[in-house]
Design a protein around this ligand. Structure first.
Ligand code: ANZ
Ligand code: ZN
Length: 827
C-alpha cells in the first residue's frame, strides 16, 4: 500500500464508478421480505421544474439520504423512494411559457432531477419511481375521487370563486395569499362558476385533534390549527319584526349586555328586507361598493371602518331593548352567520365603528383586578368579571358566558356553537394538466360517476392546451373527449371537463410508493401495511397548510373506508432550513444567483457538497452559501483520505481485540477519544444534529494527526481511522466505499454495522483542581483531565466555597496552572 501513501484525494477518480455500482447492484432497492425492522423515510413530492435542482434543494435530499444510510447501518430495512408531482399549474404554466407540451417537459425535467439526485449520491430506490401524470397513477387519483364521492365527500355547487386572471384559473382559498395568486402573484378577482369541492370541513375536528398525536414542528402545527380555526361560543337569535330572527355567532356570550348595534355583511340575504325606504339608496350604493373589495382588505384591522344604517332594529333577547341594524363590510358573509352582535366596549372593530358613528359604548366586563379606563380609549378584549349584566353580575367571563348561553337555550333564543374558519377544499381546475374528474353529465340521470372499471379517464392528446380565458377548461373544446355515453342509461352524456387540483395527486402518493406497480388497486394491502405510515417525512415549511392538511384528510377518509389501519400519514415531520445565495438573498433564476449541484460536484466532488450541506448549519436553520467553508470541508475529507490510505488493511481491524489495560497512556487517551466521538456522533445522528456531529469528527481528526506526529500509525490510530471512515460513510458515501474496498472490506460499506462504542470508555478522567483566591486555597473541585483554561477558570469562579470570596470584589485576573490550580486575583 505504500505506493498509495501520497495519492491525493481525488473524488472525480472514483465517485462515478461507485454510483454506477450502486445502481447495478440495486443496493438501495427495498423489499418487504426482510426480518429487520422497517424504516420508511420520505421527502416531499417534488415538482420537477425546468431550472433543475439548486444546492438549496439538496438540503432536503442529502440529510434524508444520510439518515437512511445511518438507519441501514443500524440494522433497519430502509425504504427511501422518489417520484414526481408532475401535474398541476406550475408545470402547465412553465410548458406554455416555453411553447411546449407539459407531457414532454415534465418527463424531461424529471429525468434531469433524477440525474442530479444520482449525481449527489442520493440512494433512492429507483425501481419505485412514480410520476403523478402517468395514467397508471392518476387512474387511482380518480379512483379516490370516486371514493370521496361515494362517501358524500365530493360535491358540486355554484359560487363565487377566486380567479387568477394570469393563470386563468380558479384558486382554492389557501392558494390566495394576501389577495394574490400563490404561484404568479397576480391580484385575484372573483368569478361565478360550478365547482367541485371536497368536504374537508367534515373532518375539521379530527384534523385538529390529530395534531396532538404527531411529532411535527410546533410552528407547522400552529399554522394548521389557525387554518382550521376552531372558535367556541354561541349562536344567538335577535328577534326581528316581521321576519325570522337575525342569527349571530359570538365567541363572547358573556358580553351580551354590552350590545349596542348589530352589523350584517353587505351580502347578507336580509339586507334588502331590513332596509327602509329612506335608507335604500345609501345602502344599495354601499353594498355595490363593498362587493368590489377583497375579503383580505375588509378584514384588515388597519382599515378605517365603514358602514350604513338600514333603518331597522332587532330586539335584544334578554333586555328587550331595540338595537339598530347596520350594514358593515368588516363583517364577512362566509364566516359564522354573516352577522355580528356588536359590543364596542369589548371588541376593537366594534369600538372603532361605534366611535366613528357615535353609537353607545357600554362596558360590561371589568378586569378581575383593577379598573377599566373611563372613558375607554380602546376595547377591553380580555376576559374578566361581568357587570351591568343584571342577574349575571359578578360572574367570571367563562362561567358567565355559559350561564348566558344556557338561559338563551332555555328560551330557544340561542345555543352553544362552534364555528370553523376552514372552508371546503375547492378541487376543480379549469385547466388541462391535471387528472380529469371522472364524472359524466347526463340530461336524464344528472351527474353520474364513471364506473371504476372504465378508469382512467385519460387526458386527450391535443396540442392546444392554453386556458381559453372563458373560465372553462380547454378540454371543453375537445369533442372526442367531451362526448360520451352515460354509464347509467347509455344515452348521450358529456364528460366533466374540470381537472383535479394537483394537491389531489400528492394526497396519497406516499402509499403508492409501497407498491408502485400494483395494477388492481391504488396499493397492495400487504405492502402498505408493512411500510406505512412513514417513519420520517422531510420537506420545506411552505407546505404547512395545503399539502399536509389535504394528505391528512385523505388518510382519514381512507381510514374510515377501512383501507389503511392508521389515520395520520406522517407521524414525524421535519422542515429543513433554506439555503440563501452568498449575497444573503433567495436563490432564484431571475437573479442569476443559483448554485447548481452540478457545478459544485465538478469542482469538489459529491461527498464534499454533501458534507458541506450538513455542516453549514443546524439542519432546520436557514443558512448562507459560502465558498470558503466548503473548502474547509474538502480539506477535512482529504485528511481522512490520507490517513486511511496509510492505515492500509483497515477493514479487518477489530475494536474488541484491543485491551485498554495494555495501552500506553497516549494510546489510551486516543482510544477513549474514539469511543467518545462515536457516542457523540450516534447521538447527533439520532437528533439530526449533523453539523455538531461533523464538528466532533473534525476534532477527533485533529487529535489523530497529533497522535500520528508523535507515534506514527500505530494499532490504536488505525482503529480510530476505521471508526472515522464508518462514521463518515453516510455523509461521504463514495469516499467511504473507495476506502473500504482498498482496506480489504467487502461490498458495501453501506451494509456494515454502525460502529458501537464501549460504555466504560466514555467516562472522562478527572483530577482535583485547587482553587485559590489571592493565593489562598479556598476549594478543590473535580474537573475533566482535558479541560481547557477558559473552562477551568469558569468552573473555579463558580466553585461553592469560592463564590463568597468573590462577592462585592472585582476580579483582576485568573491564572490557570494546567492540571493543578487556578488562582483568582481580586481587589
Ligand atoms: C360579540 C363579541 C364581543 C365578539 C366581544 C368578540 C368580542 P373568531 O375568534 O375569529 O371566531 N364575528 C362573528 N361572525 C363574524 C363575521 N361573519 N365577520 C366578522 N366578524 C364576525 O371571532 C368571533 C367573533 O368575531 C365573534 O364574537 C363576532 O364578534 C365576530 F367582546 O361577538 B364577537
Ligand atoms: Zn343517463
Amino acid at each position: 500500500m505504500s505506493e498509495n501513501r501520497e495519492e491525493r484525494y481525488d473524488p472525480q477518480a472514483f465517485e462515478t464508478k461507485w454510483r454506477e455500482k450502486w445502481l447495478e447492484t440495486g443496493l438501495y432497492n427495498a423489499s418487504s421480505s426482510d426480518d429487520r425492522p422497517k424504516y420508511y423515510c420520505l421527502d416531499f413530492f417534488p415538482y420537477p421544474s425546468g431550472a433543475g435542482l439548486s444546492v438549496g434543494h439538496c438540503r432536503n435530499y442529502v440529510p434524508t439520504d444520510v439518515i437512511c444510510r445511518y438507519q441501514r447501518m443500524k440494522g433497519k430495512n430502509v425504504l427511501h423512494p422518489m417520484g414526481w408531482d408532475a401535474f398541476g399549474l406550475p408545470a402547465e404554466n412553465e410548458a406554455i411559457r416555453r411553447g411546449r407540451h407539459p407531457s414532454e417537459t415534465t418527463r424531461e425535467y424529471a429525468a434531469n432531477y433524477r440525474r442530479q439526485m444520482e449525481l449527489i449520491g442520493v440512494g433512492y430506490d429507483w425501481s419505485r419511481e412514480i410520476n403523478s401524470s402517468d395514467p397508471d397513477y392518476y387512474r387511482w387519483t380518480q379512483w379516490f375521487f370516486l371514493l370521496l364521492h361515494r362517501r358524500g365527500l365530493a360535491y358540486r355547487t355554484s359560487g363565487y370563486q377566486w380567479w387568477c386572471p394570469d393563470c386563468k384559473t380558479i384558486l382554492a382559498n389557501e392558494q390566495v395569499e394576501s389577495g394574490k395568486c400563490w404561484r404568479c402573484s397576480e391580484t385575484v378577482t372573483k368569478k361565478e362558476l360550478d365547482q367541485w369541492y371536497f368536504k374537508i370541513t367534515d373532518y375539521a375536528d379530527r384534523l385538529l385533534e390529530g395534531l396532538d398525536r404527531i411529532d411535527w414542528p410546533e410552528r407547522i402545527k400552529m399554522m394548521q390549527r389557525n387554518w382550521i380555526g376552531k372558535s367556541v361560543g354561541a349562536t344567538i337569535l335577535f328577534p326581528l319584526e316581521g321576519h325570522e330572527p337575525l342569527e349571530v355567532f359570538t365567541t363572547r356570550p358573556d358580553t351580551l349586555f354590552g350590545v349596542s348595534f348589530m352589523a350584517v355583511a353587505p351580502e347578507h340575504p336580509l339586507v334588502g328586507a331590513l332596509t327602509t325606504a329612506e335608507n335604500r339608496a345609501e345602502v344599495e350604493a354601499y353594498v355595490t361598493e363593498a362587493m368590489k373589495q377583497q375579503e383580505i382588505d375588509r378584514l384588515s384591522t388597519e382599515r378605517e371602518k365603514s358602514g350604513v344604517f338600514t333603518g331597522s332594529f332587532a330586539t335584544h333577547p334578554l333586555t328587550g331593548e331595540k338595537v339598530p341594524i347596520w350594514v358593515a363590510d368588516y363583517v364577512i358573509m362566509t364566516y359564522g352567520s354573516g352577522a355580528v352582535m356588536a359590543v364596542p366596549a369589548h371588541d376593537q372593530r366594534d369600538f372603532e365603528f361605534a366611535t366613528k358613528f357615535q353609537l353607545p359604548i357600554k362596558p360590561v366586563i371589568r378586569p378581575a383586578k383593577g379598573e377599566l379606563d373611563d372613558p375607554l380609549t380602546e376595547a377591553y378584549q380580555e376576559a374578566g368579571v361581568m357587570f351591568n349584566s343584571g342577574e349575571f353580575d359578578g360572574q367570571p367571563s367563562d362561567e358567565g358566558g355559559k350561564a348566558v348561553t344556557a338561559k338563551l337555550a332555555e328560551a330557544k333564543q340561542g345555543e352553544a356553537a362552534i364555528t370553523w374558519r376552514m372552508r371546503d377544499w375547492l378541487i376543480s381546475r379549469q385547466r388541462f394538466w391535471g387528472a380529469p374528474i371522472p364524472m359524466v353529465h347526463c340530461e336524464q340521470c344528472g351527474v353520474v360517476p364513471v364506473p371504476e372499471d372504465q378508469l382512467p379517464v385519460k387526458l386527450p392528446e391535443i396540442a392546444e392546451i392554453k386556458p381559453s380565458g372563458t373560465g372553462r377548461s380547454p378540454l371543453a373544446n375537445v369533442d372526442e373527449f367531451v362526448n360520451t355515453t352515460c354509464p347509467k342509461c347509455g344515452g348521450p352524456g358529456k364528460r366533466e371537463t374540470d381537472t383535479m387540483d394537483g394537491f389531489a395527486c400528492s394526497s396519497w402518493y406516499f402509499l403508492r410508493f409501497t407498491s408502485p406497480h400494483t395494477e388492481n388497486a391504488p396499493f397492495d394491502e400487504k405492502e402498505m401495511t408493512y411500510w406505512a405510515p412513514t417513519d420520517l417525512y422531510v420537506g420545506g415549511a411552505e407546505h404547512a397548510v395545503m399539502h399536509l392538511l389535504y394528505a391528512r384528510f385523505w388518510t382519514k377518509v381512507m381510514h374510515d373506508e377501512g383501507l389503511v389501519p392508521f389515520d395520520e400519514p406522517f407521524p414525524r415531520l421535519l422542515n429543513q432550513g433554506m439555503v440563501h445565495a452568498e449575497d444573503g438573498t433567495k436563490m432564484s433564476k431571475s437573479k442569476g444567483n443559483v448554485i447548481t449541484p452540478d457545478s459544485v460536484v465538478e469542482r469538489y466532488g459529491a461527498d464534499t457538497l454533501r458534507t458541506y450541506e450538513l455542516f453549514m448549519a443546524p439542519f432546520d436553520q436557514p443558512v448562507t452559501w459560502s465558498d470558503q467553508d466548503i473548502k474547509g470541508v474538502h480539506r477535512f475529507l482529504s485528511r481522512i483520505w490520507r490517513l486511511a490510505l496509510e492505515a492500509g488493511e483497515l477493514a479487518a481491524l477489530d475494536d474488541a481485540g484491543i485491551d485498554p489495560a495494555s495501552l500506553e497512556p497516549a494510546q489510551l487517551t486516543l482510544f477513549k477519544e474514539i469511543h467518545r466521538t462515536a457516542a457523540r456522533v450516534t447521538d447527533d445522528m439520532d437528533r439530526l444534529a449533523f453539523n455538531t456531529g461533523i464538528a466532533a469528527m473534525m476534532e477527533l481528526l485533529n487529535k489523530m494527526y497529533l497522535h500520528h506526529e508523535a507515534h506514527g500509525m500505530d494499532r490504536v490510530l488505525a482503529q480510530a481511522v476505521k471508526m472515522l471512515v464508518l462514521l463518515t460513510a453516510p455523509m461521504a458515501p463514495h469516499m467511504g466505499e473507495e476506502i473500504w474496498e482498498r482496506a480489504g472490506g467487502s461490498y458495501s460499506i453501506h451494509q456494515q454495522p454502525w460502529p458501537s462504542f464501549r460504555e466504560e470508555m466514555l467516562q472522562r478522567e478527572t483530577f482535583q483542581l485547587v482553587v485559590q483566591v489571592n493565593g489562598k486555597k479556598r476549594d478543590a473541585i473535580d474537573v475533566p483531565t482535558d479541560i481547557d483554561a477558559d473552562q477551568a477558570k469558569e468552573q473555579a469562579r463558580a466553585a461553592e466555597k469560592v463564590v463568597p470570596h468573590l462577592e462585592g470584589k472585582q476580579v483582576v485576573k485568573a491564572i490557570y496552572v494546567p492540571g493543578r490550580l487556578v488562582n483568582i486575583v481580586v481587589k
